[in-house]
Design a protein around this ligand. Structure first.
Ligand code: TXA
Ligand code: MG
Length: 338
């Protein structure tokens, strides 16, 4: 059984002790919960891969409190101007930046790659943990590889129910609710590898030109399996009218993730979402997990607005993946979605 604890001062210092002994702990960030270990401890990093059942070539994000804590991770100063500009604007926050790594950073922290992903989370508990540990903490999302990221401490406890004594710091519901934007700075033109709450427009404000590939045109997200983020129950993304018709015709009980309730006498389970991009993002993984737990034949998801509001981009990306088994070819490294 994991140890789920309110993130009191004592619990945070127990977590720091654990990190110092090369252990791993789960902690909240504003995006999703992370499963963290000392970036410079090979044994901690190996434990993370083992617990997550994550492919060894899928690199981790190093979490820092600020740019100063990131310094020992950097190979050189070539990316530093852009890194510093981005950090001053969007850190702490849901932006992960990929740069060339320092030779001292263990291969296990970067899936053997010459680059490293770095992020300064905004959640106060993550910040207290990092400050008090006084060094970078590498952490993927605290879910088993390929499934839905956790947005509450209980989600982590559910996913790692078999891991004895795993310390989970409870910092409440994650307010962003989707994983951070991943931006690659290692090429001349910065490139978004994974959309998140910091939008392409936000990044262009600081950097000018930014590539933001469309995931429907593959290769947009190198190494991504389209089925990442998928619930175990088959899920489909439908327009409202299609969803209503499919639900009416279905003799099996379904879970419906909708923006407005269907008629009161439907036999299906309904999970109501808010039709506003920030709220929707915050609610999505919880809804997918709840729908998955209902033991229904299928999950039908009403497609949220596809208007020009860029804040929907990350939501559409994750919904496409949650329902995207048909795109499901496996790809080479790295996988920005696991
Ligand atoms: O919001 C988040 O980013 C959360 C919280 C815990 O910070 N973390 C998270 O980590 O989503 P993870 O490991 O589940 O997803 C990070 C993705 C990886 O799948 C990986 O493919 C990509 O970022 N990534 C990490 N290092 C990279 C690198 N050096 N080059 C390219 N992509 C990288
Ligand atoms: Mg993940």
């Amino acid at each position: 059984m994991p140890r789920l604890e309110q993130a009191t001062e004592e619990a945070v210092s127990a977590a720091v002790q654990c990190l110092r002994r090369s252990g791993v702990v789960a902690f909240p960030t504003e995006t999703v919960y992370g499963l963290g270990g000392d970036t410079f401890s090979v044994s901690a990093l190996r434990t993370i891969y083992e617990l997550k059942q994550r492919p060894a070539d899928n690199p981790l994000i190093a979490h820092v409190v600020d740019l100063a804590m990131a310094e020992p991770l950097l190979a050189d100063t070539s990316a530093e101007t852009r890194l510093a500009l981005l950090a001053s604007r969007y850190w702490p926050g849901p932006l992960t930046i990929v740069v060339r790594k320092h030779a001292e950073v263990p291969d296990e922290a970067t899936g053997g790659r010459g680059t490293i992903a770095i992020r300064a989370p905004r959640h106060p508990v993550a910040q207290r943990l990092l400050q008090s540990f006084n060094g970078p903490v590498s952490a993927p999302s605290a879910n088993r590889s390929g499934f839905i990221s956790p947005t509450t401490a209980q989600h982590v406890a559910d996913d790692f129910a078999d891991v004895r004594d795993l310390l989970i710091l409870d910092g409440g519901q994650c307010v962003v609710g989707l994983e951070s934007t991943v931006l690659d700075l290692t090429n001349r033109t910065p490139r978004i590898l994974r959309p998140g709450a910091i939008t392409a427009e936000n990044l262009r404000d600081v950097l000018g030109d930014v590539e933001s590939p469309d995931i429907r045109i593959q290769d947009a997200s190198p190494g991504t399996r389209a089925s990442h983020y998928a619930p175990r129950t088959p899920a489909a993304l439908l327009q409202r009218d299609e969803l209503v018709a499919t639900a009416r015709a279905s003799t099996d009980r379904l879970a419906l993730i909708v923006l407005a309730p269907l008629e009161a006498d439907t036999p299906h389970a309904q999970l109501l979402m808010t039709a506003e991009p920030r709220m929707y993002a915050m609610q999505l993984y919880r809804a997918l997990r709840e729908a998955d737990a209902l033991d229904v034949k299928r999950i039908l998801i009403e497609r949220p607005p596809t208007d020009d509001d860029p804040r929907w981009a990350a939501v559409h990306d994750r919904l496409t993946r949650a329902t995207g088994r048909s795109l499901g070819q496996t790809r080479s490294t790295p996988r920005p979605y696991s």
